[in-house]
Design a protein around this ligand. Structure first.
Ligand SMILES: [Fe+2]
Length: 504
């Protein structure tokens, strides 16, 4: 194994920390590593070419009062594959907030569960206000670079797709909507190189939607007027349309009048799903009404004749009763868990000609954090890969491959104490069918204090991994992941051996 510890950061967290989101699978990682030629059990496929990326929340400093798992600083993990070899890098995203707090040696921003008045810099809602923009939620590849985002609408941080060095903020040639920021979960269309995005906030029109082309030109940006502030987290695209949502889980308007952000589920208010042409304007937006729910994540969408078909995770119980019993921290851990919200894959269908709409569950198996083969983003898909037992925020005890045509669900269960990351589907070089490729996840094994990258044959996931790659250090649990082919990464094809080229 060829390992280089690039930086060992100093953690100021208490040695006897008992916070459930800074211990166990959530223990923050302090080392930044370069690793090549790692220990492999099995065989790394030679037709796997590209990068698997995962973003995690990784605190180094004590919070002011009460830590929330979304407060940690973004740390990205990269597993690169080429020619049957793999390399690993992990780096903090050097956000303005990370740099300022490291310099100060203390928290400067209040966390999500803390009174905003504690914040020493900033005022108002979100990452443009009292909350630190830690860029720790999502990760995508666009314009040849890795981009990280934050769910409360912040900047778009650029990282190298081979070294993970933070390159700065993406400003789209001066056209980035700086006042609003952008939400997590922009969607990249691999066929056109475009990226669709949205943002949301507390002032009318409460949401915007936009498109940047492959060269980072902002080619569309328009208002999405909503009845009030909403908490949309994700969006979807088809080849010709983009899909936004107005779910009836939002801040209580009465509490908001006195400056309190109290989230409430309004059981009698329909879910509204908005469809807008990719290059459409506000007047082109059409809303469809559905059963009340909250959707944290969509899976994918596509067009079928006059219909727009949208798959996502319907929460049967979006507003669970706060648990009783156990310690304060145990109650928080259970309350934040996705499992009790009973999310399951669901299909919403909207007819753009007749205005008709239908919806139904695709399964009763509880899953979330789903992905499709990226070549099918915005195009018809058959297979979904999604995390199981989404306990806490967010511990995945395995994943499923869901066949939405037959309803067949194949389950990969990890051993107790071993948690996976969001699984990504990596098409094989020269793939000939949707599931012709590999499924990749990173594990956090609290029993043996180690992490591995597991690679499964997507056409036979229950056979177990075809390769297990030992990482230099146990990674913390975190949030989102993605796969990008090497052809999407700047510099990937300009060197004969990117693995050698990125060794420091
Ligand atoms: Fe998310």
């Amino acid at each position: 194994m060829d390992l280089e510890l690039v930086t060992r950061h100093i953690s100021k967290l208490p040695a006897d920390d008992d916070h459930p989101y800074r211990t166990g699978a959530w223990r923050p990682q302090t080392g930044e590593w370069n690793a090549d030629d790692m220990e492999v059990i099995g065989h790394i496929p030679e037709d796997l070419d590209g990068v698997y990326l995962r973003n995690t929340e990784n605190p180094l400093l004590p919070s002011m009062k009460l830590y929330h798992p979304f407060d940690g600083d973004g740390m990205v993990h990269l597993m690169g594959f080429r020619g049957g070899k793999a390399f690993y890098r992990n780096r903090f995203v050097h956000t303005d907030g990370f740099k300022a707090e490291q310099q100060a040696g203390e928290a400067l921003w209040a966390g999500l569960a803390e009174p905003p008045s504690l914040t020493k810099v900033g005022y108002g809602w979100g990452a443009r206000g009292f909350l630190k923009d830690s860029s720790s939620t999502d990760v995508v590849v666009h314009g040849g670079e890795v981009l990280t985002t934050f769910y409360q609408c912040g900047d778009l941080y650029r990282l190298s797709g081979t070294t993970l060095e933070t390159l700065g903020k993406q400003d789209w040639h001066g056209q980035f909507p700086s006042a609003s920021g952008i939400s997590a979960h922009p969607k990249v269309d691999e066929h056109t190189g475009e990226m669709m995005f949205f943002n949301y906030g507390v002032e009318a029109p409460y949401m915007h939607y936009g498109v940047v082309d492959r060269d980072n030109n902002l080619v569309n940006y328009c208002d999405i007027p909503l009845p009030g502030p909403r908490l949309s987290h994700d969006m979807a695209i088809t080849a010709n349309y983009s899909i936004v949502n107005d779910c009836p889980l939002f801040w209580d308007p009465e509490a908001l009048k006195v400056g309190k952000y109290a989230t409430r589920f309004f059981r009698d208010v329909p879910t509204r799903i908005g469809v807008i042409p990719r290059y459409g304007k506000t007047a082109d937006l059409r809303w469809f009404e559905f059963e009340p729910t909250y959707v944290l994540h969509w899976l994918n969408a596509y067009e079928e004749g006059d219909w727009v078909v949208l798959d996502g995770f319907f929460q049967k119980n979006p507003s669970p009763v706060p648990p009783s019993g156990g310690t304060f921290y145990e109650r928080i851990f259970r309350y934040l868990g996705q499992e009790q919200k009973e999310p399951r894959l669901h299909r919403w269908r909207m007819n753009l000609r007749t205005g008709e709409s239908t919806e139904h569950d695709l399964t009763d198996v509880h899953t979330e954090f789903g992905m499709v083969n990226g070549l099918h983003t915005g195009r018809k898909h058959r297979y979904a890969y999604a995390a199981t037992r989404v306990d806490g925020v967010f511990l995945f005890d395995g994943f499923v491959k869901h066949d939405t045509e037959t309803g067949r669900v194949e389950t990969v269960q990890l051993p107790p104490g071993v948690f996976g990351s969001e699984t990504a589907m990596a098409p094989r070089v020269g793939s000939t069918s949707e599931d012709d490729g590999y499924v990749i996840t990173l594990t956090s094994d609290v029993n043996e204090d180690k992490s591995e990258c597991l690679i499964f044959d997507a056409q036979d996931v229950t056979a177990g991994p075809v390769a297990r790659i030992r990482l230099p250090e146990r990674v913390s649990s975190g949030t989102h992941s993605t796969w990008a082919p090497g052809s999407a990464i700047h510099g990937w094809d300009h060197v004969e051996n990117p693995i050698g080229a990125v060794r420091l």
